[in-house]
Design a protein around this ligand. Sequence first.
Ligand code: NAP
Length: 242
Amino acid sequence: MIDLNGRKAVVTGGTRGIGRAIVLALAGAGADVITCARGDGEPAQSLARELKDLGGDHAVLKADVAEAADVARLAEEARTRYGTVDVLVHNAGVISHIPFGELPLAEWNRVIDTNLTSAFTVLQSMLPVLRDGASVVNVGSRVATIGIPMRAHYTASKAGLIGLTRSAAKELGSRGIRVNVVAPGPIETEAEVPAAVRERYQKMIPLGRLGAAEEIAGAVLFLASDLSGFVNGETLHVDGGI
Ligand SMILES: NC(=O)c1ccc[n+]([C@@H]2O[C@H](COP(=O)([O-])OP(=O)(O)OC[C@H]3O[C@@H](n4cnc5c(N)ncnc54)[C@H](OP(=O)(O)O)[C@@H]3O)[C@@H](O)[C@H]2O)c1
């Protein structure tokens, strides 16, 4: 079992899907966790209840990582609540499926802003709060280095995340801060997967199934812990061998 007792974590986009599994895995391992999402409805409220039941000093904030003021508020909450932060997971991300020739610039910008630019603003804002030796994990995607039709904006954002991670790892290493990517393959979340898509993925993935959000959280736990103390600038694919 990975023990993160006493560690302080910040996770963006933690109310649903993979982010929620990451928040609950970190809290389950003993860490205190602040997370955020744009919405403050049922997913946020039920997560807050689950975290309360687990015990610890947790918070679920309404904050949009694509908004500079919200990112600053998230970092300020981490500073006032925890003083310093040991683990930063940038998980918030959005996707859409649009043929390249029809992709509107506004949609390109929305996806790049949420998935990539926010990784820069969140990490830069958190820099004074991150303790020396902290672990930063950016949630990327398996498709970043493969490409996939109708998702040029999405793959570009996730490929950019790898470059950001590599450079940040080199620059922040002098403070002992590690920066890595976890790149999920197709993962089962609350989102509906059409039967034909599921069947295609099952054929492509040697393990014959989609991944579970908890299996991405497991990789994040490893990177958050001292077990991965010499893993830096890496992209860890968690994709069933697709
Ligand atoms: N699911 C997969 O198969 C898969 C595969 C590869 C990579 N990934 C990556 O894994 C991450 C999580 O994916 P997911 O499938 O779990 O997504 P999801 O189910 O749509 O959940 C996304 C979470 O992020 C929050 N969020 C979205 N935009 C945000 C913003 N601008 N500011 C703050 N929070 C925001 C959402 O809450 P609100 O909507 O309330 O803001 C929600 O809590 C993403 O980076 C995604 O690209 C997923």
